[in-house]
Design a protein around this ligand. Structure first.
Ligand SMILES: C[S@@+](CC[C@H](N)C(=O)[O-])C[C@H]1O[C@@H](n2cnc3c(N)ncnc32)[C@H](O)[C@@H]1O
Length: 199
């Protein structure tokens, strides 16, 4: 916590590079759902710099209030009240959404939850709309760096259901439900920004 606000140094480190990528994807006015908002630092930075978007934060019901101090401090007109959303819920019951962003969630969720997130995103997006997913990912079962391998071990020690996801599994999951991988951007610190497009 900093100044009474929850704080993620990783968010401070990555928010500008992520912004530069998602600004090119979410370039039309619309309502943007963020899944797993966490502290709210991303929501505030992105909403400040993308005023054509109405930012809709959300998080697991156990965590959905965590972002309130950042949102209240920023007091931006284009950030909505955060919604409690567990991606495993069978019906997300959301207002119309035009795009989805999520950072550092796929390795925290169990694999069935990741599949549920993809199904839910596919269900709420219209053809042509995008889902940007940021985080570390594996390729062909291989870690992209020793630090990602260590991070995966650390995650699994906390909870064996967590772990860095493989691009092959994500692509298979997306392809089956009409979410096609459009771009895979290399990002600092062995992270990726994946852009999925609803077809
Ligand atoms: C590592 S934090 C990332 C937070 C923020 N996006 C960031 O980049 O700092 C993972 C987030 O995923 C959320 N999460 C985990 N399981 C979830 C679920 N089943 N449905 C929705 N959110 C979930 C957690 O509550 C947490 O906010």
């Amino acid at each position: 916590m900093t100044d009474g606000k929850p704080y993620s140094q990783a968010c401070e480190n990555n928010k500008q590079v992520i912004l530069e990528k998602i600004a090119t994807v979410f370039n039309e006015p619309g309502i943007l759902l963020e899944i797993g908002t966490g502290t709210g630092q991303h929501a505030v930075h992105f909403a400040q710099h993308l005023p054509h978007l109405q930012w809709q934060p959300s998080d697991h019901p156990s965590n959905a209030q965590l972002c309130m101090p950042w949102l209240e401090d920023a007091n931006l007109p284009n950030i909505n009240t955060p919604l409690p959303l567990d991606v495993s819920a069978p019906d997300w019951r959301l207002p119309p959404i035009n795009g989805v962003f999520s950072a550092n969630t796929a390795h925290i969720m169990s694999w069935p939850e990741v599949e549920a997130m993809f199904r839910g995103v596919a269900a709420i997006l219209n053809a042509g709309e995008a889902f940007c997913l940021y985080g570390p990912f594996n390729y062909g079962g291989q870690f992209t760096s020793p630090s990602n391998r260590q991070f995966d071990t650390h995650l699994k020690q906390q909870n064996p259901e967590m772990g860095i996801r493989d691009m092959d599994d994500l692509k298979r999951t997306g392809d089956a439900i009409g979410l096609v991988l459009e771009s895979d951007f290399e990002m600092p610190a062995n992270n990726r920004l994946l852009v999925w497009r609803r077809c």
